[in-house]
Design a protein around this ligand. Sequence first.
Ligand code: 8Y7
Length: 276
Amino acid sequence: MRFLHCGPYRLPLQRPLVMGIVNLTPDSFSGDGLVGDVERAIAHARAQYEAGADLLDLGAESSRPGAIPTPEAEELRRLLPVLEEITTWGRPISVDTYKPAVMRAALAAGATIINDITGMSQPEALAAVANSDCAVCLMHMQGEPDTMQQAPIYGDVVGEVRAFLEAAVNRCRQAGVGDERLLLDPGFGFGKSLEHNMTLFRRLAETTVDDLPLLVGVSRKSMLGALTGRPVDERLPASVVAAVLAANKGARMLRVHDVAATRDGLAVWAAIEQGD
Ligand code: 8Y7
């Protein structure tokens, strides 16, 4: 059986894992920003586990389209009080950051996965994770959050995303980060039109490299708004359907806001599709 190695934890990869989102940003795209309220964030984290999350993803910098970067000190101020508490719960915690100093602080505080929306593009980021035994999610993004949705352009979106991920995997391997620590993610909505997102989704399995596990994050995203005409707070059914379809296409981890509903969808899918 295959496992994702994240610090002292081993996450089995035979059934799709559910990563529950915990947003610590004031302007969270999905309307669940929890900044300035450590207790509420901790309660939300606990609720995500109780709803059936296998692991959590903590983010303190908004990467929604149009977002401007958060200063490092502010990101740490939002992140560390929550992280220091929830890493004592004995479960793997991912931190969504691309800043090397934030990675180092998060790992020192007990985070065991780094979720980097820039795919370890900074040498210092690579050094930060190579000096630990954390897992790393390498995500593809075209451009940067403040401008990425203005005019995303590709010749062959699947080929270009895969080539980017392959280069990121090679950088990690060269730095000594083994395959058992890697997750890959095509980065839905990150510098992609609806058509790009649909092509990537349809051909999800082609985006991975050497069968490394894929993470998919489509929960409440605007691509679902475009398909349903629904505002962000009415995208739960669309999000669950998309999560289940991603699982059916081979995703090994689903990054979601609505953990319980996603677990229900996956339970039905697994019973029908896999006989359990
Ligand atoms: C993703 C993500 C976001 C994603 C990974 C949102 C931080 C935007 N989306 N990380 N982060 N994959 N790995 O709507 O799709 O949740 S933020």
